[in-house]
Design a protein around this ligand. Structure first.
Ligand code: R5P
Length: 304
């Protein structure tokens, strides 16, 4: 009998089952029911006294519900006298609200960090946060892991000739540089501008570097509305790129993303399963790679 146990919220059960399989365990039993008025009432069904308890939940849509699941499960677990409680957050929604963009708005990523602390989690495992600095919002240890190598391995399998790694904005340069190193390819940066008064809207201004006759490999942390990726792809093709591949850790695919990406000059889009992509969010060009082994490995280092 292992002395750790893994629970899953409702956001990403396939990933949780895969992680459990990699760890040679089955998921713990938790009843996630709601009262008639909609309030959540989690109920832990196992004896977890003196065990290390891990809870996996992606803060994907509907993120507010999933965050409440996580924090209420954390509180329920803590009241059962476990040895330690670890939160695994494959996708941390709200992570793009990581600074005071304008006076009168919250720094939401910091609020989420505080929520997790008051729910008495001892440690956090999270994947490709929008900004490394978010780790500093927590006063508990954070293991920040990256899916970059998993995505790089997919590209290596494609045997691309004359490739170039693209950062679709200046904020993503470090990520693109790391991928470029991993693939031994050059890197090009695009300049993107966002508008504070229009949600989810951006414009690509210029491409800094040469993409002519090359396969452009765009790397981003999140594909949300698809606006950034589609605009980058169109600009790259206009600048002479022969094909475009888009990579991202988190396939949020909000709003009209599927429609826009399907019709964009992009040959292939690869995201991880940090978010469970279901139903009409799946489309032909979209391929998903698993981060279950990555997460299982991170858990193993904490529970051994
Ligand atoms: C922004 O800084 C992020 O790294 C992504 O580029 C952005 O969140 C993607 O959003 P969308 O798909 O809506 O353009």
């Amino acid at each position: 009998m292992k002395d750790f146990i893994l629970y899953a919220g409702s956001s990403n059960l396939p990933l949780a089952h895969e992680v459990a399989k990699s760890l040679h365990i089955t998921l713990g039993h938790v009843d996630l029911t709601r009262f008639a008025d909609g309030e959540l009432r989690p109920w832990i069904q196992d004896d977890i006294r003196d065990k290390t308890v891990i809870v996996l939940e992606s803060f994907s849509f509907p993120m507010d519900e999933h965050i409440m699941e996580m924090v209420l499960m954390g509180d329920a677990i803590r009241r059962c006298a476990p040895r330690a409680v670890i939160a695994v957050i494959p996708y941390m929604g709200y992570s793009r609200q990581d600074k005071l963009h304008r006076l009168g708005e919250p720094v939401s990523a910091r609020v989420i960090a505080k929520f997790l602390e008051v729910s008495m989690f001892d440690e956090i495992i999270c994947v490709d946060l929008h900004n490394d600095a978010i780790v500093g919002f927590f006063q508990i240890p954070v293991m920040h892991i990256s899916a970059l190598q998993v995505l790089a391995d997919e590209i290596k399998k494609m045997n691309i000739q004359n490739g170039v790694v693209i950062s679709p904005d200046v904020g993503g340069v470090k990520r693109a540089r790391n991928l470029a190193y991993a693939l031994d390819l050059p890197m090009v940066v695009m300049e993107k501008r966002r508008f504070l008064d229009k949600h989810d809207t951006s414009e690509t201004y210029q491409i800094i570097g040469d993409v002519n006759d090359k396969t452009a490999i765009i790397i981003d942390d999140i594909i949300s509305t698809g606006g950034t990726t589609v605009q980058a792809a169109e600009s790259l093709r206009q600048a002479g790129a022969t094909s475009v591949i888009a990579l991202a850790t988190h396939g949020v695919l909000a709003g009209e993303a599927v429609e826009k990406l399907s019709h964009a000059p992009i040959d292939k889009i690869i995201v991880t399963n940090s978010i469970d992509i279901i139903g009409d969010k799946k489309f032909d060009k979209l391929h998903t790679v698993s981060i279950a082994p990555l997460i299982a490995n991170a858990i193993s280092t904490l529970v051994r």
